[in-house]
Design a protein around this ligand. Structure first.
Ligand code: ADP
Length: 270
């Protein structure tokens, strides 16, 4: 049985991507996109060629976080008459290797909710993989929607993922959803699965002490319990909003503990 043409195109393209990394979470709002974007930026800072696909249809904000939300997506006609989208690239004033960015957000108006059936979401994500001129990449990072929806399963089936990073906060770690996302990746036999605990603690701007707001350490425990890697703790960074507004990931924005934590995270991954 041959695969459908789109799946075949994904297959062809992914041969040129050295490492395919999915970023997942049980719930929204835990910082999944923040982790995906900062990981991409940290790797780009180290000189790697990185592509990031914002597949989070419910909150496609990767492009905004990378300062390319107003980018125009150009298309190129191929010999067979099909069109391929050209991914917008980050700038960061030439400080780091440009990151190629594609987002569900490019395809729909910003202020409109996306009310699509799962199969349509799956198709859209697959098109953003297979009908985009990604070229050679060291890392392809996919920011999936939160949860364990069908679209994640289907897209994962057409990719040979190398790694899955599960993002949780200390609060969410106790909830079933995080474990479910992790176990979905186990079932899909992703060779490397790791947990990141985001918003682990707060650094007091006055005394510099670390404050465990939500009960730190759950992410590590979850990783131990499930027999997967624990990649690290990311503190709450008060500069995050500023960085986000500026369209620059924290890891490139300032010399903060969170920036350091993200850099260490990328180093562990390579
Ligand atoms: P998700 O992708 O899981 O929905 P986001 O990455 O969009 O979550 O993050 C949700 C909000 O929390 C954003 O406003 C983001 O700037 C903020 N945020 C995420 N991680 C941190 C952090 N470590 N410190 C401070 N703010 C953070």
């Amino acid at each position: 049985l041959g695969a459908d043409p789109l799946t075949e195109r994904i297959n062809e393209k992914q041969q040129k991507w050295k490492y395919k990394v999915a970023v997942l979470s049980g719930k929204g709002g835990v910082g999944k996109s923040t982790v995906a974007v900062n990981l991409a930026a940290a790797l780009a800072k180290k000189g790697y060629y990185v592509g990031i696909l914002d597949a989070d249809i419910h909150g496609p904000n990767v492009a905004k976080m990378l300062g390319v939300d107003r980018a125009e997506v150009l298309a190129e006609e191929l010999e067979d008459g099909r069109f391929e989208m050209l991914p917008p690239m980050t700038d960061f004033m030439g400080q780091v290797t440009p990151i190629k960015v594609m987002s569900m957000g490019f395809l729909v108006p910003e202020d409109q909710p996306i009310i699509w059936r799962g199969s349509l979401v799956t198709k859209a994500i697959k098109q953003l993989l297979g009908d985009v001129k990604w070229g050679e990449l060291d890392f392809m990072i996919i920011d999936f929607p939160p949860g364990t929806g069908d679209e994640i399963l289907t897209v994962t089936q057409s990719l040979q993922l190398d790694a899955a990073i599960i993002v949780t906060t200390p609060q969410e770690v106790a909830l079933l959803d995080t474990g479910k996302a992790l176990n979905m990746m186990k079932k899909m036999e992703v060779p490397y699965i790791a947990v990141v605990e985001n918003m682990s603690y707060l650094i007091c701007p006055h005394c510099g002490n670390e404050i465990d707001l939500f009960g730190r350490g759950g992410g590590r425990k979850l990783a131990e319990k499930e027999g997967v890697e624990f990649l690290g703790e990311i503190p709450i960074d008060l500069k995050a909003r500023q960085a986000s507004d500026a369209g620059i990931p924290i890891v490139l924005y300032g010399d903060t503990m969170a920036a350091k934590a993200f850099m260490e995270l990328a180093e562990k991954l390579v």
